[in-house]
Design a protein around this ligand. Structure first.
Ligand SMILES: *Cc1c(COP(=O)(O)O)cnc(C)c1O
Length: 430
């Protein structure tokens, strides 16, 4: 049994991690907690199975129940996003973007995109999936005041480079993209318009952000675990069927065999449940997320923080972004962690080095799912002030954070709500 100790060490770290996140305020904008029905799917037999292909069209036997599950996931995704095409197989948002690049572009093609420093995700960058596909990136100008794409500059760029793909969507994403006008120009020059909704997918589905597929996006990709609170995974959505547009077939093949083999069937099952839950609760959840983000931003601002987007209502998403002083992002994020708040350092306009940023990015989606509303956001903002402005001893603030968090250990906006999402589920009593 010489290796048992090692196995139990890992288990112990996982248990401690549950306890740790249970006690603190998790505010990383890309994270969330799973509903009990979704969580259950992750330990089913689907986990160990393969289902290459599409429902009813498999390379392996044994898929009869999974075919039902995947078909249901597709049906629910189409309903949730009011569209005609859904692919639930991508194992992450990045994998969904890779499939797009494989289906619709070739090495050397021009694409237009935001800079990662202005909020684009690394999968749209030179060092990520776009670079891997050998795409030629042309960067939209960015309006730092508005924290958004500079529309006139972007139109000029699109006309000038005539990209194969015009890429939109961000990881730092306070305000909707001015998509209608940009998509129109992109289509004029023959580009496909791709909107990466990873962060804001749950808000879009809840009707609280822009509706990309109705504003000119040909295809929308996303992650299923950020504001859409499902299992880790990706999804591809469009409002054209394979029958209506031949190119959608390339997309199908790009996902498999292009960028997946096993596509984590237990996650597909959990996605289906997350879609059903979002159909039921998504509107209310998304609405509260945006209210909370606005309230948090406004309170932080009133307490003396340099919150971005102040002339435009701070935010229309789940995110809040503030500046902490030149290249002080890392230090601030570390202090926050000591004080029981988990957030990430983030580049803000003017920053040059991703490892020495000057901002902090927050997301309120998880706190909202724990039942927090506007008044709790005011309490949360005060913890930030105590740590970063008053410079109180973080460990002292942490004690109060832990005490505060005790009242918010139940999950909301899902079926069978009320369970503690941080509870460590023991299959074996040790
Ligand atoms: C998070 C994110 C992704 C990647 O998603 P994963 O599921 O983590 O691979 C892609 N695009 C954007 C804009 C993101 O924020």
């Amino acid at each position: 049994m010489e290796w048992l100790k090692e196995a139990l060490f890992v288990r112990e770290m996982a248990r401690k991690n549950n306890e740790f996140f249970g006690e603190c305020l998790p505010m990383i904008a890309s994270e969330n907690i799973l509903s009990p029905l979704c969580q259950e799917m992750l330990i089913t037999d689907f986990h160990g199975r393969y289902a290459e292909g599409t429902p009813g069209n498999r390379y392996y036997q044994g898929c009869k129940y999974f075919d039902e599950v995947e078909s249901k996931a597709i049906e629910l995704a189409k309903k949730l996003f009011d569209c005609k095409y859904a692919d639930v197989r991508p194992t992450s948002g990045t994998v969904a973007n890779m499939a797009i690049f494989k289906a619709f572009a070739s090495p050397g093609d021009n694409v237009t995109v935001l800079d990662t420093a202005d909020g684009a995700h690394i999968s749209f960058g030179k060092w990520g999936a776009a670079g891997l596909r050998g795409l030629n990136l042309h960067i939209y100008p960015f309006d730092e005041e508005k924290m958004n794409i500079d529309v006139d500059g972007a139109i000029k760029l699109i006309r000038q480079v005539e990209p194969k793909l015009a890429l939109f969507g961000q990881s730092v994403f306070l305000f909707p993209t001015p998509l209608k006008e940009l998509a129109e120009v992109a289509h004029e020059v023959g580009a496909k318009v791709i909107y990466d909704a990873a962060h804001v997918l749950g808000l879009i589905a809840g009707g609280k952000f822009q509706q990309p597929l109705k504003e000119g996006a040909d295809v929308m990709t996303g992650s299923t675990h950020k504001t859409l609170p499902g299992p880790q995974g990706g999804v591809i959505l469009a409002d054209k069927t394979k029958e209506e547009e031949k190119e959608m077939k390339y997309l199908d093949w790009a996902v498999f065999p292009g960028v997946t083999s096993s596509y984590h069937l237990h996650h597909v099952a959990a996605k289906a449940i997350a879609f059903a839950e979002h159909l039921q609760f998504g509107k209310e959840y998304a609405e509260q997320i945006v209210k909370n983000a606005k309230k948090l931003a406004e309170t932080l601002y009133n307490l003396g923080f340099d919150v971005l987007g102040k002339d435009y209502g701070f935010t229309e998403s789940h995110q809040v972004l503030f500046r902490v002083g030149k290249e002080k992002g890392k230090e601030a994020a570390e202090l926050l962690e000591e004080g029981g708040i988990i957030a990430n350092m983030n580049m803000v306009p003017g920053d040059e080095h991703p490892l020495r940023p000057s901002g902090i990015r927050l997301g309120v989606q998880e706190l909202t799912r724990l039942g927090m509303k506007e008044e709790e956001m005011e309490e949360v903002a005060k913890f930030f002030k105590r740590i970063l402005i008053d410079r109180e001893e973080p460990s002292k603030v942490r004690k109060d954070v832990v005490e505060f968090k005790k009242n918010y250990r139940k999950i909301h906006y899902c079926f069978y709500e009320g369970r503690d999402p941080y509870e460590f589920i023991e299959l074996i009593k040790i």
